[in-house]
Design a protein around this ligand. Structure first.
Ligand code: SF4
Ligand code: SF4
Length: 62
């Protein structure tokens, strides 16, 4: 199952990744992005490409 890895130290909670995700996998809680619906992730990489901070470091497969 694919899922994004988020570096909480770099994330500014802007929500761009939330909007970029076609599967509603991500949410911003407090001031940091979190993986809310991991089972829905299709590994497309849109969140990683759109993050302005490079806070999504990889799309992991496991
Ligand atoms: S890889 Fe694609 S489906 Fe998965 S969280 Fe990122 S934007 Fe959403
Ligand atoms: S786009 Fe990047 S900086 Fe913005 S909320 Fe998502 S992970 Fe955090």
């Amino acid at each position: 199952m694919a899922h994004p890895i988020i570096n909480e130290d770099e994330c500014i909670g802007c929500g761009i990744c939330v909007d970029a995700c076609p599967q509603d996998v991500l949410a911003v809680e407090g001031s940091v992005a979190v993986v809310e619906n991991e089972d829905s992730c299709i590994g497309c990489g849109e969140c990683l490409e759109e993050c302005p901070m490079g806070a999504i470091t990889e799309i992991a497969e496991d």
